[in-house]
Design a protein around this ligand. Structure first.
Ligand SMILES: [Zn+2]
Ligand SMILES: [Zn+2]
Length: 136
């Protein structure tokens, strides 16, 4: 239910992988959260809302400097519905959808648009994205 793209930099040779889309986790996820693998805040929320649903997705973050990356984002919902139910009235009680730019340190913003190319950490523009793989 998602795709991974690779962006090759002709100057420094680095390849940047960007993924987007949501994916399933095994039922062991709640257990991992309770073990603290997703940090103390996620654990506290799951303790407070035991029926909570958890969604995992890759989101694309873009920086004003032209760099982009993706991050595995976990969202915790305070109800029993399926994680992929995109009802806009649904309120997440917790998520980790924040990251800063590895190139310039600024706060990055979520984008729905898949970048055709990005600015590499070395400052050069990468080649156009190639589809690396599909995952579910
Ligand atoms: Zn580069
Ligand atoms: Zn930046």
């Amino acid at each position: 239910m998602g795709e991974t793209l690779s962006y090759h930099c002709p100057r420094c040779g680095k390849t940047h992988l960007i993924s987007y889309g949501w994916f399933f986790r095994s039922p062991a996820t709640a257990e991992q959260v309770m073990n603290g693998e997703y940090g103390p805040r996620a654990k506290r929320n799951l303790e407070r809302h035991p029926g909570t649903n958890v969604m995992f997705e890759y989101l694309i973050f873009r920086c004003s400097c032209g760099h982009a990356r993706s991050k595995e984002v976990m969202t915790v919902f305070d109800d029993e519905r399926a994680p992929w139910d995109r009802d806009p009235r649904r309120k997440p009680v917790w998520d980790n959808a924040r990251c800063s730019c590895p190139r310039c340190g600024k706060r990055m913003h979520i984008t729905e648009n898949i970048p055709r190319s990005i600015i590499c950490t070395c400052g050069a523009r990468t080649e156009q994205a190639l589809c690396e793989c599909l995952f579910d």
